[in-house]
Design a protein around this ligand. Structure first.
Ligand code: C2E
Ligand code: MG
Ligand code: MG
Ligand code: MG
Length: 279
């Protein structure tokens, strides 16, 4: 954009808006036509004890492969699916698939499933979880549901009521992206979670920014006192790993240990039996 030409920067801006609008429209159209069972897949990322690197859980992360072979990030398409009213069906597919696939794992690792806030407070979701557990005979305490703080932006009673119903089923509840919401501490006071997942924005700076390190070590303290499990998200280096372990973070997740991987690449005790080669 040439400097000094009145309106030129606005034109660039308009074009950008138009492009992102067109992209959104394309994604909407493809999402509306996507077939749940053939378009989506779950990847799994280990959550490990920092001390021994033993895997305690796998987080299920949805992957959407478009007909042209490209992938669209869940960070982009999940909010669109929410607006289109598709998140109920997608969320139910994720839950059923994750529980079905995890059921055969013999290492006893838990399975963590992400939930959109729009799935909660409908009164339907707890039943859906119960159905998944019953269908696959899955132990409730091996299922962990991850919520972000935005779950609390809905009318309080419906949401808290449904969280209570989930707790009664015996599943575990985790607060995801902890520290990035508006008033995380009030939620800890309103509702008893089992686990906190410290957002990776804190992990990124923890070794270089002393203030950040102080925040993380305060969260370690808080988690201990409230008897919550604590996971640091987005650990990418050995240096981060060592540092977080030294200040008392018990669990971690990140590219340093493993990237999210398709089911077939999980360690042998989790992977499905491979079909004999047909040579
Ligand atoms: P999240 O639940 O906080 O998941 C962690 C995200 O961080 C994942 O991104 C994961 O691939 C990424 N990640 C893991 N380790 C590292 C690391 O070391 N460095 C960096 N830079 N990133 C790392 P992903 O898979 O793209 O998912 C993005 C978000 O989309 C998730 O954030 C979650 O909020 C949402 N999401 C994913 N799957 C589902 C789903 O099945 N249902 C719903 N409702 N939301 C989902
Ligand atoms: Mg998560
Ligand atoms: Mg997270
Ligand atoms: Mg996140």
């Amino acid at each position: 954009a040439a400097k000094g030409l009145p309106g030129s920067s606005f034109r660039v801006f308009d074009e950008e808006i138009e492009q992102s609008f067109a992209r959104r429209k394309r994604i909407e159209n493809k999402l509306l036509r996507a077939d749940l069972n053939t378009s989506f897949e779950l990847y799994y990322q280990p959550i490990v004890l920092l001390d021994t690197q033993e895997t305690k859980a796998y987080e299920a992360l949805i992957r959407w492969r478009c007909p042209n072979g490209t992938y669209v990030s869940p960070a982009e398409f999940i909010p669109i699916a929410e607006d289109l009213g598709l998140i109920g069906d997608i969320g139910e597919w994720v839950l059923m698939t994750a529980v079905r696939e995890a059921q055969s794992w013999t290492d006893g690792a838990r399975i963590a499933v992400n939930l959109s806030p729009r799935q909660i407070g409908t009164g339907h979701f707890a039943k859906c979880v119960q159905k998944a557990l019953e269908t696959y005979g899955f132990a409730p305490d091996r299922l962990e549901l991850e919520f972000t703080e935005s779950v609390f932006m809905q009318p309080d009673t419906a949401c808290i009521g449904e969280l209570e119903a989930l707790r009664e089923l015996g599943v575990r509840l985790a607060l995801d992206d902890f520290g990035t919401g508006f008033s995380s501490l009030s939620y800890l006071h309103k509702f008893k979670f089992d686990k906190l997942k410290l957002d990776r924005s804190f992990v990124a700076d923890v070794t270089t920014d002393p203030d950040c390190a102080s925040i993380v070590s305060s969260v370690v303290d808080l988690a201990r006192k409230l008897d919550l499990e604590l996971v640091a998200e987005g650990i990418e280096t050995q240096v981060d790993h060592n540092f977080l372990m030294a200040i008392g973070v018990p669990l971690g997740q990140g590219y340093h240990f493993a990237k999210p991987m398709p089911r077939a690449e999980l360690p042998y005790h989790c992977a499905p039996l491979k079909h004999a080669a047909t040579a």
